[in-house]
Each structure stands twice: as structure tokens, then as C-alpha cells.
Design a binder for this molecule. Sequence first.
Ligand code: UFG
Length: 328
Amino acid sequence: MANGGKILVTGGAGYIGSHTVKLLQSLGLDVIVLDDLSTGRSDRVSCPLIVGSLSDRKLLERIFHEHAIDAVIHFAGSIIVEESVQFPDKYFENNVSNGLNLLDIMVENNVKKIIFSSSAAVYGEPHYVPVDEEHPKKPVNPYGETKWVFEKILRWYAQGHGLSSVSLRYFNAAGASLDASLGEDAPVVTHLISKVLRVAARQEPVVKIFGNDYKTPDGTCLRDYIHVEDLALAHHLALDKLKADSGVFYYNVGTGQGRSVAEVVNTCVEITEKMIPIEYAPRRPGDPAVLVADPTKIKTELGFVTKYSDLETIIRTAWVWHKKLVRH
Ligand code: UFG
């Protein structure tokens, strides 16, 4: 990284954060993590870890005084859509107010580069697919709203304070590291693949498929699953972008391929060789039928190429990791 400074990773003990930290360390970058461990785990981090919250301005001041920070990767935040509908206050506080503390301490310390974990949720119900970056932003839940608000804040901080940013709009992050050292391990499991693998491992009796009457080839929803190691790589490319250019940048991070819920379940049956009982349940409120990225921009501007995001590799790596989790 330019200036040879450190990269501060907020939320680096979480799922996507820990994979990104591992990749950056393997590339020889100097990384420190700030995480409140509300959902992350300290044993997922093998670089200096500061346990604390972005709400603690004094702590932020100390961190920025003690470390020569060159850039920030900001993962920390709350991510459960349903919870955000119930408790919007928590989402505005964690994802917006706490993020503002971070931006302000960056500005005070003349740190001018940030990579932000945004989401496909900024688009809301797609008007067309695949969804490109210029698609209207009409979030349909507080989670997506907070991500979009923060992207807009980043634009104003660019104008007012010369802050450069890359917002990465993740589609469906999935899979685990190829060496099975890291994977998804959230205290509350909501994501499809982890849910299905829990049923394969007999931790839950049945997979509920939320809706089989969508206007899709098999009636179940289509999503764009991206392997977490590919997603980690997108952050490295984003760091390089900010090394070369200043400004405000935003990219979809997906594959452009939609896979249905039924395909996911069937692939899990093949890979795990387990019986996976299913049951059709009503549609989940707020689920679009199809959510698939147009990844052209990140491919052409950052040279992003996915290596592991075929469904088989995603599920195979997730299953190896899942079996390890169950054993411990
Ligand atoms: N699904 C089921 N059964 C389950 C869990 C999920 O049928 O037990 C279905 C959902 O209805 C959806 C698909 O599987 O059709 C994927 O659901 P996930 O919960 O795994 O992921 P989402 O597509 O809902 O969410 C993702 C990100 C969010 C982001 C959202 C944008 O995880 O962070 O896309 O719309 F907000």
C-alpha cells in the first residue's frame, strides 16, 4: 500500500472481513482489526486485534494516534434484513452513526481512503436484471437504506473532505476458505446455504423454501452467489484502485449468474450425500424473485475475475467448513 502504512479493518473478525484480512496478510500487507466481537470471533484473526466499538470515539482517537493508518476497510455493521425491519434504530446507529465516527476520525487524521461494505440491498426490488450500478436505488428495508445512506455520505465526504472511497455492493456471499480455516459462523443463521447445510448435518430437521410460485424457471428465487475468497480479492483490487486514483467509486460484486433455491438444495444433496428434507413455505416478505448482478464494471475497471464462485466449489468449501464447526 502507498506510504507503507497500515490498513485498519473494522469488522475484521467477521465472515467476509476475516477472509479479507487473511488474503491481505498473505500478500504481505500490514493489517490491524477493530471488532466489537458482537458477531465476530477473535480466533478468526491472526493479526493485531483491538476489541472495541466504533461508537467509542476515544478509542478511535487512540487507534489513529498509535498507528500510521493508510486506508480503512469498513466491514463492521449489522446485516440481518429481518432484524432491521424490527429494530431500525439499531441499524441506523451501527451502520450510519458509528460509521460517521469512523469517517470523522479519518478526516481528522488525514486518512483519505476507505473501502465500504455495501450491498445489493441498496437497489431494492429490481426493475430489471442483471442489475447494473446505475439501477435506481430504492431500498425496501432499513438494512439496505443504511447502506445507501452511507454511500451517499461518502460522496459528500469526498466533496467536503477529499475522502476517496470504493463501495462494494455484495450480492450473496457464500462458501468458506479453501483451506477450511475460515467460514460463516454467525450466531444467527439466516443465509440459505448455511441453513441447508445445518439440515444436512442434522442440526435442523427441514429446509423451508420460501416460495415456489415465483416467475422463475423452477418457481424458486434466483440469487447471485459469490465465493467469499473471490469477494476478499475484490477488496484487494479496490485498495489498488485507491492507490492509483482518487474519487468515489462503486461496484457490484457478483458473478452475473443466477442460481435458484432449488438448485442450491439439490447441489447440497449431491455434495453432502445426505438426505435434506424440504418443505415449501410462504414467500418471505421483501424477497425479489431474481437478484443477479451485472458485474461488467468491476471486471473492466478493476480486472476482477472470479475463481471459486461456481456453486459446486461454494458448497463444497462451505460443507468442509461446516463439518469442522459441528465437530468442535
Ligand atoms: N431462502 C429459503 N430458505 C431459507 C433461507 C433462504 O428459501 O431458509 C431463500 C430466500 O427466500 C432467498 C434465497 O434463499 O430467495 C437467498 O436468501 P438469503 O437469506 O441467503 O439471502 P438474501 O438473498 O435474502 O440476502 C442477500 C444478502 C443480504 C442482502 C440481500 C439483498 O445476504 O445481506 O441479499 O437483497 F441484503
